[in-house]
Design a binder for this molecule. Structure first.
Ligand SMILES: Cc1ncc(COP(=O)(O)O)c(C=O)c1O
Length: 403
């Protein structure tokens, strides 16, 4: 119980945080979600297009496997690197999907995709090392680079290039201090993808330098119009220099189960596992049993979700392109839409705030993904067509009244 006496005592002791905490960033999506929820508590109706998670239920075969695992007693600690059978299933899946032969000791299972970003940075980037990362990009990259005291070197992704990466620009950013390059395809927030040709260009730019690549492929199963995902890990000479990040959150609508993985050379995997031992011990055991079913079981639900996302993407992009001041390219993967709003004359942050507060549509400012996101908004299309249409009507009405 908080008494007056304990409150008084807390005020007496100034909070003295470690200095590194001032360098830690955040993920705005969660802040906007909280703000939207507060507006809802005041009686406002909000369409949620801010958070990046599938609105579908986890496929029932996976849920059943999880329940069975709980009843069978998978409720205890497991090995830090993950259950051997799941690591084996993932290794086989990586070989199937990327054509790279890896064994289970290349796989570390962690609670979500995010810890692989955290652990990779802790394990590889020293103070002063340079890390090249996409901007706009998933905000945790920049946050973690700063946190470990490395130098964040942004590579701008541009609409004219369909938000893929400019290889010449990358070549110009690589220095003797470059320790790590982060790639993300399909890309959050733009939906851009890297083709096999793009990847080949990137490998040429890196050459035979001893630089590691963190390849965030968490949306690899969400490519549209029949486009195939291509991983840098498949390139000659890059198996040992890649940490492949993938997981269950987006592919199998399992965000709340907390499970992802990294695939990397075994000598690095040992260190990432040690970071697991020091932080969370292991990923939940029953979750991992369900993960085996996810990887080895029926994949039809994944295809159904992808088809549905593509339908929504098409409808939402077409709708946005009819709205004054908005223009939007068709994203090639993931479930985000990233319209250019510079013709509205508003900054991204002000417009996102106004759309939430006045129009009841929660989306994210492009700047939530870095400075290069100015002039854009991010909408997640992981919501029903009905809600997406409602959002379009609201944004349209708002622009007619305010622009
Ligand atoms: C690019 C990217 N990487 C990693 C993650 C983290 O996924 P998880 O929820 O599995 O930690 C996300 C989640 O939004 C993401 O967009």
């Amino acid at each position: 119980m908080t008494t007056f006496a304990t409150m008084e005592k807390a005020a007496q002791y100034e909070l003295r945080l470690a200095q590194r905490m001032s360098r830690l960033g955040t993920e705005t999506a969660f802040e906007v979600l909280n703000k939207a929820r507060a507006l809802e508590r005041q009686g406002k109706d909000v369409v949620h297009l801010e958070i990046g998670e599938p609105d579908f239920d986890t496929p029932s075969n996976i849920v059943e496997a999880g329940i069975k695992a709980l009843k069978a007693g998978w409720t205890h600690y497991g090995p830090s690197a993950g259950l051997p059978e799941l690591r084996q299933a993932i290794a086989e899946d990586v070989e199937r999907s990327r054509g790279v032969k890896v064994t289970s000791d290349w796989v570390v299972v962690v609670p979500g995709g995010k810890p692989i970003i955290f652990f990779t940075m802790l394990a590889l980037a020293d103070v002063g090392d340079e890390v090249i990362y996409p901007n706009p990009g998933f905000p945790i990259y920049e946050s973690m680079i700063h946190y470990v005291g490395a130098k964040a070197v942004p590579i701008g992704l541009h609409e004219e290039k369909d938000f893929s990466l400019d290889v010449n620009q990358l070549a110009g950013l690589i220095t003797d201090r470059t320790r790590l390059i982060i790639l993300n395809s399909p890309h959050n927030p733009t939906g851009g993808t890297l083709s096999k040709r793009d990847i080949e260009g990137i490998t040429e730019a890196i050459g035979d330098r001893n630089i590691m690549v963190l390849s965030d492929e968490i949306y690899s199963r969400l490519m549209f119009d029949g486009e195939q995902h291509y991983s840098i890990m498949s390139e000659p000479g890059f198996k040992e220099r890649t940490i492949l990040l993938d997981g269950f959150s987006k592919t199998y609508a399992m965000t709340g189960w907390r499970m992802g993985y990294g695939v990397m050379r075994p000598d690095l995997a040992t260190h990432i596992s040690r970071l697991m031992t020091n932080s969370t011990s292991c990923t939940a055991s029953f979750t991992q049993i369900a993960g085996i079913e996810a990887v080895r079981g029926d994949q039809a639900p994944v295809d159904r979700m992808r088809a549905e996302f593509q339908k929504r993407r098409d409808a939402f992009v077409a709708g946005l392109n009819r709205i004054k001041g908005f223009s939007c390219r068709v994203p090639r993967g993931a479930f985000y839409v990233f319209p250019n709003i510079s013709k509205t004359g508003w900054t991204s942050k002000k417009l996102a705030d106004a759309l939430l507060e006045d129009a009841g549509v929660a989306c994210l400012s492009g700047t939530a993904f870095g400075d290069y996101g100015e002039g854009y908004l991010r909408f997640s299309v992981a919501n029903s067509l009905e809600n997406l249409n409602k959002a379009l009507e609201r944004v349209d009405r708002w622009t007619k009244q305010n622009l």
